[in-house]
Design a protein around this ligand. Structure first.
Ligand code: B12
Ligand code: SF4
Length: 460
């Protein structure tokens, strides 16, 4: 069968990121190719396509199946593409997958008659089984993990059990991607996902509900084989790990580092994990094996809010993780969530103070956003706090709900002040000057942008 997989563009006017290889589509492309299908990918972000230019592009690729991926932020954009695809190629079966459709399956099918099937959660096995059934023109009623329309009704089949052996997956089909358009400073940053799922259950997190409460991982050999492949095939010397919690299995991390050492694979990499899942020996081993930066989930500087989030960490664990990472020479990036239900101006200020104390190399102050499928979404809806229902605005830069303790306006101000206070500290500027290189420059650029904005506001 002929399959076209599509990464939608960002909605206009939202905070967008530079394009990266959409790994979900790269995995789906790989398994579909392995099963003998012909696959094309249209990456609207990398190719800078608008809805109109997408119409021309999709018209030129006849397809039996057109599958679009979407997070919540990209949902409406994805659905516009599905509308266009159905107009241009009415014979094609349209599918939606990803972290929004998984929890908005009935909503999507009700809102968009041009959508045929939603694939929920982890997609590889479901996709291949669906393609088989569609190819044979047989019933899809027994395919696990899908939601679809049948005789005017919406049918949801039971969830599919998660794939146990992640090593059985082929490597992502990078060659399907418009790699030339994915270069940053002349280089492509290849992402790897080496584990799926998480052992925790934070109330704001959509990913653990997508990939399950349980940690599944690829073997060290399989991970390093993929690193070796991108190194040898594309000549790259840096990769990034997209895992939510890279170091849940400490022994595996140590084995990955050992495998890199034995193969003398000289590559740099970064990864993200939890502050309670690192220790000095492991961080030092990671550093010696090419890791230059760890992203750590700090989330809040208030233990009350951490408790409300169900994050299961203590501030002292965070302090120790940052100190240790710095000591072994790793750069650190802190992620925080502000405006979680229960947050007050005072607890938000505690977070800002805490971040300044930790003194990471970079920080993200993400506004708590109620993604469908999470307990936070249910709570916000049930309490009547939700103010913004347009998913185009769910970019974590802008508030979407307000609580009795914090208004949306105040939260937006706090977020701006948080960045300003962090990046305008002389200590930070000196640290970035000392660091130099690409990362030092990036830090200084951010500081300069906040300084200019502050001057502009003062003058206007
Ligand atoms: C890396 C990453 C990023 C990167 C790169 C994104 C990219 N282009 O790949 C950057 C930094 C740009 C980013 C930005 C954002 N991200 Co982000 N990101 C991730 C992360 C950690 C990994 C993504 C990934 O590659 N996963 C691995 C692949 C294999 O999974 P997948 O894409 O979901 O695909 C599988 C299934 O969903 C399904 N599937 C997906 N699409 C389709 C399509 C079809 C047709 C079918 C059949 C199946 C199918 O099959 C795939 C294979 O199993 C995820 C968390 C996670 N573990 O997934 C968060 C995550 C996707 N991000 C999230 C968020 C909130 C954001 C931002 C809004 C804000 C932010 N704080 O940065 C922006 C929005 C960007 C956007 N494009 O929408 C949330 C999304 C929640 C939601 N409901 O929308 C997640 C789930 C994190 C979380 N903790 O909840 N992100
Ligand atoms: S630790 Fe991270 S991945 Fe795990 S549930 Fe919490 S936010 Fe999600």
């Amino acid at each position: 069968m002929k399959i076209t997989l599509v990464n939608p563009p960002y909605p206009l006017g939202v905070h967008s990121h530079p394009p990266f290889i959409p790994l979900g589509l790269a995995y789906l492309g790989a398994v579909a190719q392995k099963a003998g299908h012909e696959v094309a990918v249209i990456d609207c972000q990398a190719e800078k396509l608008t809805y109109e230019t997408f119409r021309n592009r999709i018209a030129k690729i006849p397809a039996d199946v057109i599958g679009v991926t979407a997070t919540t932020l990209l949902y409406k954009s994805a659905m516009q593409l599905i509308d266009i695809a159905k107009q241009v190629q009415p014979q094609a079966v349209t599918m939606l997958g990803g972290s929004h459709g998984t929890f908005w399956d009935e909503g999507a099918l009700n809102e968009y008659p041009t959508l045929d099937i939603v694939v929920r959660r982890e997609g590889e096995q479901t996709f291949i089984e669906l393609l088989d059934k569609l190819h044979e023109k047989s019933s899809i009623d027994n395919v696990l993990g899908i939601t679809f329309r049948k005789e005017g009704k919406i049918i949801r089949t039971p969830d599919r059990p998660f794939l146990e052996d992640l090593d059985s997956l082929p490597f992502p089909a990078h060659d399907l991607m418009p790699l030339e358009n994915l270069k940053h400073d002349g280089k492509i940053l290849f992402p790897l996902v080496t584990s799926r799922g998480c052992v925790y259950w934070c109330d704001f997190c959509s990913t653990v509900r997508m990939f399950g409460r349980g940690y599944r991982w690829r073997s060290a050999k399989n991970v390093v084989d993929e690193m070796q492949l991108v190194h040898d095939k594309y000549g790259v010397d840096q990769v990034t790990f997209y895992d939510d919690a890279f170091s849940v299995n400490r022994e595996r991390v140590m084995k990955i580092c050992e495998e890199l050492r034995v193969r003398k694979l000289d590559m740099t990499w970064d990864c993200g994990t939890r502050v309670d899942m690192v220790d000095k020996e492991m961080l030092k081993t990671m550093h010696d094996a090419g890791c230059f930066c760890v992203w750590l989930g700090v989330e809040s500087g208030s233990e009350v809010i951490l408790g409300a989030m169900n994050k299961s960490i203590k501030l002292d664990q965070t302090r120790t993780a940052f100190k240790t990472a710095n000591k072994v020479g790793l750069m650190t990036i802190a992620n925080t969530v502000i405006g979680f239900p229960g947050e007050t101006e005072q607890t938000a200020r505690q977070t800002i103070r805490f971040i300044k104390e930790l003194n990471p190399d970079s920080v993200g102050f993400y506004v708590a956003t109620p993604y469908p499928g999470t307990p936070m979404y249910e709570q916000v809806k049930q309490k009547g706090w939700l103010r913004v229902t347009d998913f185009d605005k769910y970019d974590t830069a802008n508030p979407t709900f307000e609580t009795p303790w914090l208004s949306m306006e105040k939260l937006a101000q706090i977020r701006y002040k948080a960045y300003q206070e962090f990046y305008l500290r002389p200590g930070y500027v000196f640290k970035m000057m000392r660091r130099g290189g690409v990362y030092g420059k990036a830090g200084l650029k951010t500081s300069a942008a906040y300084a200019l904005r502050a001057m502009h506001l003062r003058l206007s």
